[in-house]
Structures are given as structure tokens and as C-alpha cells.
Design a protein around this ligand. Structure first.
Ligand code: UD1
Length: 370
């Protein structure tokens, strides 16, 4: 059993990771800045397992972080600013918290070595996922041009303008960073792997796909589409869909993600590796809006399809999770379509101030929605 420091441990994923680790007999210490955008102005975090010790601090506070790290055998590094859209204008905030925060953590570990480091990376580092050309050949160079997007050509095309079919993406896909957020997640992942190899700290990076479940910050408009739609519907507003709603993502349940972190922590023979953590299924955003409206009994609130795009967004990416299955024994247990009932129950009792309109105007004034 290990004593584990979980950075960003009071956040949506961190709280589930804490519960999973405690359930498996590990000791857990949570380090978190409790930022207002996520935790509200009173800085109180609900649903923190009572067995977990909590230390409040910023990732860039080397002294506080060193205190938090004392007597820990392992670190799970989740702390990050997480909004793709917001990262395109709060650039210094994202680079500071994510890049510098990770650097300070690694220096702390260099002074107080741990036996294992697991870092939360993101599918965003891939940019567009893999596609198949009409010949069936795999294509990893898809990227959308602003001109195409302005003219409503949402789907990326092949090198000669060919139609492309989105296919599952595995860890061999070359990174292609389309947002500042993605850049910082790649930096976090690589900094940990480079450090781990140099200092003999066995390190694993989990590339998370679109995580959903109870505890998502519903009032944070940059937290993910399912939470955005839920807070719109809970407030009697129509969900708003960027592009045409046919963009595809892989929604993975937070409890499956929490289990993946425990497996990565405990798989002592696995080091210096990256793993996709998704459900292995693709869902269109329109489909997600419709499944959620049905689960919330608000089919009257038809989504508004904006026909506009958000700077930094990709069109399609969903996971091939074969490597995590084979190496970590990871097996998703909660499919989106079967998990919306409990999610909606949680939404009904959670405060959900809808800030979707605010998000759009923050992006629009900066020319980040076209
Ligand atoms: C991104 C990151 C992912 C990160 C997640 C949460 C990429 C490719 N992925 O996912 O790593 O964990 O953010 O920060 O950068 N949408 C709407 N209406 C809304 C909100 C979103 O239509 O109200 C659309 C978006 O335009 C996008 C899709 O839904 O096409 C998914 O958006 P979102 O949930 O924000 O996450 P990603 O961009 O996929």
C-alpha cells in the first residue's frame, strides 16, 4: 500500500481518484488550490472522502508543495487549468499553472524522491484523431483550415481533398497541438516522462478522453460539453451546439478513469509509457445532447445548432484503448448511455448556474468563435 499525493485532488477527477485509492487501502493526501472558477467563492469542496488529508496550496508554491510531499511514496499529478476555449485567451494563467506548476512539482520530487509518478495527460495532444483515406490507408495529418471552417466545411479532408473517415486513435498518433491547453498538457506529460527517466522514478501518463460523471463543475462553462448541456437544461435553456453537432468524441466515466489511475499506480512493472483512457466508443455531440435531454426529461428544449466554431476545437477524436486493456487490465464499466440516469440525479441536486452565454461572449469578443 502506498501513501499517495494527489495534486488537483479536490477537483472532479481527483475526488473520484481519492475514493478509489482509499477503497483499495492506500493513504491519500490531496493538494489543491481550490480555485473559485471550479469550487465557487466559499472554496468549499463537497464529496471529499473523510479519510483523505487536504492541503490547500498553489502548484507554484515550492515550500507548501514540499511539505505536502513529505512521506509520500507516489504522486498522481492532476492539477491543471482545463478549459480549451479559455486557454486561448488566459494564456499566461494556463501556462503558469500547468507548465510551471509541473516544473515546481518535479523539483520537489527530485528533493524527496517517490517510487511512482502518474500524470494526467489529455487526448487534446493528438489534435485531430486518426482518419482513414478512401483507400483504407491510415491518415494522421488531418487539420482544419480557418477558411474551410468559415465556409462551414467542418469535416477535415485528405491531402488531395479526399473524404476522410474518422477511426479510433491509439498512442502511436503524432501529437498535433491545436490549443494552448493542449500544448500545456503535452508539456506536463513530457516533462514528467523526461524527469522520470532521468531520475529513475517510474512514470506513466494517462491520456484522458472526455471525462463525465457526478461532480463535474456545472457552473464552470469551460468544463466539458456534458456539464454545459446539463446546466443549460437544468435552467430551462436550450443547449447550444457548435458546428453542426456531428463532431465525435469519446465519453469516459469518471469512475472508470479513477480505476485507470489506481491500475497505473499499482502496475509496478510498467514505466515510461503513455496510455489512452477512454471508453473506446464514439458519440456525436448532437447524440449526446439528445441522450441528455431525454434523461432529464426536457426533450422540449431542442438544441440550438449554431453553425459556428470555437478556436482550438478539433472535429473528431475517439480512443483505441487496446494498450491500456493489455498492459493495465483497464476495462471500462460505465457506458454513457447507461450512466445518464445517475448523472441526472446528481445534476438535480447540484447548484448549476448557467454561464454558457458568458462563455460565448468571452470567446466572441476576442474573435475566438467564428
Ligand atoms: C477538451 C480537451 C480535453 C479536455 C476537455 C475538458 C481537446 C481536443 N480536448 O475536449 O482534453 O479534457 O476539453 O476541458 O482539446 N461543444 C458544444 N457546446 C458546448 C460546449 C462544447 O457544442 O456548449 C462542443 C465543442 O465545440 C466540441 C465538443 O462539444 O466540438 C466537445 O467540447 P468540450 O466538452 O469542451 O471538450 P473537448 O474540446 O472535446
Amino acid at each position: 500500500m502506498a501513501n499517495v499525493l494527489v495534486t488537483g485532488g479536490c477537483g472532479f477527477i481527483g475526488r473520484h481518484v481519492a475514493a478509489e485509492l482509499i477503497g483499495a487501502g492506500h493513504g491519500v493526501r490531496l493538494y489543491d488550490a481550490m480555485i473559485e472558477q471550479v469550487h465557487g467563492s466559499d472554496g468549499a469542496a463537497a464529496d471529499i472522502p473523510p479519510e483523505a488529508a487536504v492541503i490547500r496550496g498553489d502548484m507554484r508554491d515550492a515550500t507548501r508543495l514540499a511539505e505536502a510531499l513529505q512521506d509520500c511514496d507516489a504522486v498522481i499529478h492532476l492539477a491543471a487549468e482545463v478549459g480549451v476555449g479559455q486557454s486561448m485567451y488566459e494564456i499566461a494563467r494556463y501556462v503558469g499553472a500547468n507548465d510551471l506548476g509541473t516544473a515546481v512539482l518535479l523539483e520537489a520530487i527530485a528533493n524527496q524522491p517517490v517510487r511512482r509518478l502518474v500524470v494526467a495527460s489529455s487526448m487534446s495532444i493528438y489534435g485531430e484523431g486518426y482518419y482513414a483515406l478512401p483507400s483504407g490507408q491510415l491518415y494522421d495529418g488531418a487539420r482544419r483550415r480557418k477558411q474551410d471552417l468559415r465556409e462551414g466545411r467542418w469535416q477535415p479532408a485528405g491531402p488531395g481533398g479526399e473524404a476522410l473517415e474518422a477511426v479510433p486513435t491509439d498512442e502511436t498518433k503524432r501529437p498535433d497541438l491545436a490549443s494552448i491547453y493542449a500544448l500545456t498538457k503535452y508539456q506536463q506529460e513530457q516533462a514528467c516522462l523526461i524527469f522520470g527517466a532521468a531520475y529513475d522514478v517510474p512514470t506513466v501518463a494517462l491520456r484522458l478522453f472526455n471525462v463525465f460523471g457526478a461532480g463535474q463543475a456545472l457552473s464552470n462553462p469551460y468544463t466539458g460539453v456534458l456539464a454545459n448541456f446539463a446546466s443549460r437544461l437544468a435552467n430551462g435553456e436550450r443547449p447550444t451546439i457548435f458546428e453542426d453537432g456531428q463532431q465525435q468524441r469519446d465519453f469516459v466515466h469518471v469512475r472508470d478513469v479513477a480505476r485507470a489511475f489506481r491500475l497505473a499506480l499499482e502496475a509496478e512493472e510498467v514505466a515510461d509509457e503513455t496510455f489512452n483512457i477512454g471508453s473506446g466508443n464514439a458519440y456525436s455531440i448532437e447524440q449526446v445532447a439528445s441522450l441528455l435531454a431525454q434523461a432529464m426529461d426536457r426533450r422540449d428544449l431542442e438544441p440550438e445548432v449554431l453553425g459556428r466554431f470555437r478556436a482550438g476545437d478539433i472535429r473528431n477524436c475517439f480512443a483505441d484503448i487496446g494498450k491500456a486493456r493489455a498492459w493495465l487490465g483497464f476495462k471500462p464499466e460505465h457506458r454513457l448511455e447507461d450512466s445518464l440516469g445517475p448523472f441526472v440525479e446528481w445534476v438535480r441536486q447540484a447548484p448549476a448556474e448557467d454561464r454558457g452565454t458568458q462563455m460565448r461572449s468571452e470567446l466572441e469578443v476576442r474573435g475566438l468563435v467564428s
